[in-house]
Design a protein around this ligand. Structure first.
Ligand code: AHG
Ligand code: MN
Ligand code: MN
Length: 339
């Protein structure tokens, strides 16, 4: 029986196209695939965790039932560290650079990750995800990795991707030569290539934003959203609104169908506008993927991938999606700023 191209074969084929490759990067991606399977297993039991815990099955040491985002964080740390290919890790769940345990070799890569994205949706059985972003270290290998390695602009990512735990489990990744999607076939426990060379439609009909924040948005963003909803604006087809509240799920849908996702700055304090999404573990990986798929990602004034990060957990406005839609958004912002 032909089951198609497994993700392992896809990664190995990629390695062969790059004759100088040592296999280090391949090992790293493979560790992420295994981590995805482990997290998926726990996500699938999400509603049972408390039940099993109360029955004493997993809580024999009297430990509290772990929250899924903590479990996912531990799984990724363990799997990535044990490859021997990373010099540090940076997780949304931890304030500082994560030190690699002494028993493992240090390698030339570092990974930023959001172990569980959309975690407020877990209890309602809504799609959630994991996001990762891989860089090569820039400091000499004999030194401890530091902020100089961790705070590189998104343009320097060597790979990025996400796993979506949805009606099926999918892994989408790019190493800079297109975006490829794999769907888990539960009968064999493998991710199979299902979406080769994903391209986001040039223009979509979907917009995704938490409109409850409308009155805290800048004028350009409000003008744009008003225009999207204006039946007299001359749209060939009217826009429709879709917002899940899990970046991975909102992004994935718009990647496939076309459209725009907006999490603009909150201007509650106009002197300190602030975005919500994290540059390193959310905005940069998604921006790398959307650009590889032919789309755009901006803060409104700046291309996300060009931002020079200053803090590990820096937050940014993120407007991302189909190229024409993001371009129109930018035009609205520029027009409002010029008034
Ligand atoms: P996380 O669960 O990793 O903290 O991320 C939550 C993020 C993101 O997934 C989503 O796009 C956004 O928060 C939703 O925010 P609002 O609830 O403010 O709309
Ligand atoms: Mn997140
Ligand atoms: Mn998270």
């Amino acid at each position: 029986m032909d089951i198609g191209i497994t993700i392992f074969n896809h990664i190995l084929l990629n390695q062969k196209l790059n004759p100088g490759a040592s296999g280090a990067f391949t090992r790293l991606l493979m560790a992420i695939v295994v981590a995805a399977k482990l997290v998926q297993r726990d996500v699938a039991k999400a509603g049972l965790a408390d039940v099993l815990g109360r029955a004493g099955n997993i809580n024999v040491q009297g430990e509290e039932v772990q929250k899924l985002d903590e479990i996912a964080n531990q799984v990724l740390k363990r799997l990535l560290s044990s490859t021997g290919e990373v010099c540090t890790l940076i997780s949304e769940e931890e304030a500082d650079l994560i030190e690699i345990p002494r028993q493992y070799n240090r390698g030339n890569y570092l990974v930023h990750f959001d172990p569980l994205d959309g975690s407020s949706n877990i209890d309602a059985n809504v799609s959630i995800g994991t996001i990762f972003s891989i860089y090569r270290r820039v400091t000499p290998p004999e030194m401890d990795a530091g902020l100089k390695d961790a705070l590189q602009p998104g343009l320097r990512q060597v790979a990025a991707g996400y796993i979506i735990y949805g009606s099926s489990c999918m892994l989408v990744y790019s190493t800079g030569s297109g975006v490829h999607g794999f769907t888990m076939d539960p009968s064999v426990g493998e991710f199979i290539l299902s979406h080769p060379n994903i391209q986001v439609p040039k223009k979509g009909k979907i917009y995704s934003a938490n409109e409850a924040n409308y009155c805290y948005w800048d004028q350009g963003t409000r003008d744009y959203i008003d225009w999207l909803k204006d039946p007299h604006a001359g749209h060939v087809k009217p826009y429709t609104s879709r917002y899940i509240g899990s970046l991975v799920a909102d992004f994935h849908r718009n990647l496939l169908y076309g459209g725009i996702f907006l999490y603009p700055a909150d201007m509650r304090d106009p002197l300190k506008p602030k975005g919500k999404l994290r540059l390193m573990c959310e905005a940069n990986p998604m921006s790398f993927i959307i650009e590889q798929a032919g789309g755009l990602a901006t803060t409104g004034g700046e291309r996300i991938l060009e931002i020079q990060p200053t803090e590990l957990h820096q937050r940014v406005p993120l407007i991302i999606g189909s190229a024409e839609d993001v371009q129109i958004y930018q035009d609205f912002v520029a027009k409002a700023n010029a008034r």
